[in-house]
Design a protein around this ligand. Sequence first.
Ligand code: C2E
Ligand code: MG
Ligand code: MG
Length: 712
Amino acid sequence: MDHDIFTTKEMEDILQVVGHIYRTIICVDLTDGSCHYLQDDDLAIRNVLENRNPKMDERIGRLDSCGFVYADDTAEFVRFFNIDNIRKKLDSGRKYMSLTYRRMRNGIYRWTTVEIMPSKYYGPDYQMVLVCVRDMNDEHQKQLDREAKLSEQERQLVGDKTVLVVDDSELQRTTICYFLEKHYRTIEKENGQEALDYLREHSTDISVIILDVHMPVMDGYGFLKEFQKDELLKMIPVLVLTGDNVPEEEASCLKAGATDFVAKPFKPEVLLSRIGWAIDLHEKTVMLNVLRIDSMTGCYNRDYFMHMAEHLLNRYPDEEFDMLCTHVVNLPNINEQYGVKQGEAILRYVANNYDKDDLNHSVFGRLDDATFAQMVPHSVGVGKKLFASQSDGTHEFLQVKQGLPPFMLKYGIYESVDHSVPVRVMCDRALMALNKIKNVYKQKINFYDDNIRMYALKKQQILEGMEDAVTKRQFQVWYQPKHNIFTGELVGAEALVRWIHPSYGFLSPGEFIPVFEENGFVTHMDYYVWEEACAAIQRWRKQGLSTVPVSINISRKDFLYFHDMLILKPLIEKYGLETSDLHIEVTESAYMDNPEIVIKNVNRLHSEGFVVELDDFGTGYSSLNMFCHMNIDVVKLDMSFIRQERSDQNDKMMHYIINMCKNLGLDVLSEGAETEEQRQRLISMGCDYVQGYYYSKPLPEKEFIDYLSKHS
Ligand code: C2E
Ligand code: MG
Ligand code: MG
């Protein structure tokens, strides 16, 4: 065996310093596993190190048969002495490895600790390590007894709180964890970066962080700097381990955001009591924060935002403030498509990137899943800034560099809030503006104004009054004539609803139908209108008038509510009508919403003998394919066609569409012709029928009866 593996000087040093602590001291050359015994011999270690080639099980068997290492500890013992493993750990910069196991001595198994430390010249060409064994029995046994005595409750307490120990020295970490393990769970990280990475995933699991100042990769200061940027993380207390007698280090750590410090070498009792104090403080803060912080984004939650905004208004009663609501469009879709983590990352992005121009006079918080609110001085001009960013041609979706999926934000702004209304109402007003543009393509910002307020008031009244409208017969059905464009003959009429509202008077359908479509009431209203129309035709007949077919409108919601539209046939029978007396208008957008149901129903109605008209053609983006699937009889061109600026191009396009429909065997009616010039154009393009002010506006029943008698 080569005696020069450690320098003589090194060996003398070793023996002098540690010779009386360790029973066995062995120099091991990791390149070949050869051992040189400086003090005593250890058969088990010799076996495991020198017999490197035999298979692992054989080695374990050999050890077992030697009887030196307790059977339960053998596997771990062998793993610990795996030379590749030792080398890997030392190469990664470790200065110390240890294992406690049971070893036979004088006929009984005793707790023993083996420690491995590299020679101070350790490197790729010189892989000498020192393996030292010492008897730990009394100390270790005492600890085991103590642990055994811990009541179940105490055990639970141990598992309850976790201390994150961040230190590059393994010896230091092991020592700290050793002191803490009876009281806390511990997690070890080797540098600031590793700790940050861990915390970003597990911030809520950690009660306190013990941080070394000097570490490779990211030191304590670097860690504190990053840590402070995160609203959630910075709530966790950090105890910094400072060098002995370096008061300036203590001061700079506290300045960097540490909660407290413990000077090295520390006394275990001091460390424990400081940890206890820090955790106590942390828990109180967490409890407070649960009441005010949104745990996902770190900003104020809804209630606390309201509270702080109120506070701000009280504090600056003369200042002009704006309330801004920011909404992440279609968050559930983002969660579905990219995963909840990405959705959360977007929310955190929004929570971190609000307008910070006047932080002292503004508050920011999260109102609900996808909506944030900010109360900010009017002088900051958030509205103008956002408006400028919108009008510079920015893309509909916001693409952010930080690996987030594309997303879209929409803003509702209530400028110069009225200090006398509650903050809740201020938010509602900004939200009303926001809601109006939620489905409007490319409009990102909307300002609350009197129109929105009036609209909201009206909407409320509409909702409150809708049932009365049916029972008190406030809905009226008006009829708009349809004419043959060439002969001028009256060919039909469309039944259009109007509401004579007790407070607002005459309301046109555009004002209340969208509200009824939203809440489903439209189905009740429609049935009312259909029945009124059928009853009217029956009345007219009884008066001896020759009637024309009347078209009724079917809302997209009706298809879902009136299963299979089987009700129309009984309805006409009830009034002694034929299917030819009633035409059905289905809008193109209903088809787009729910093609299958619409196709099925339209085809059924058609087969029952009803004439089906495709309403508002050209406003949606449906494919021409629908003509192949649906048995339609008439296409009603939306009035936007004839309204568009006259140009050869536009006329050609209309001509083409009309031709196409006719080739498919469909009649074409144009809505909205008001002038002779428009009528002539339609004639030149081959359109057959017209419904428009040129002939007549929609007429109340009485006037329509006159119209009917004149045109029959
Ligand atoms: P629509 O079915 O496309 O009805 C045609 C609309 O165009 C009517 O508006 C009519 O007054 C208007 N109009 C017709 N010719 C002209 C014209 O030359 N110039 C102008 N400026 N307008 C013209 P109205 O009555 O306001 O109805 C709007 C929409 O409300 C209807 O569009 C229809 O979609 C819906 N609607 C009306 N009554 C009912 C109903 O009883 N049930 C359902 N579900 N929807 C209805
Ligand atoms: Mg219609
Ligand atoms: Mg229409």
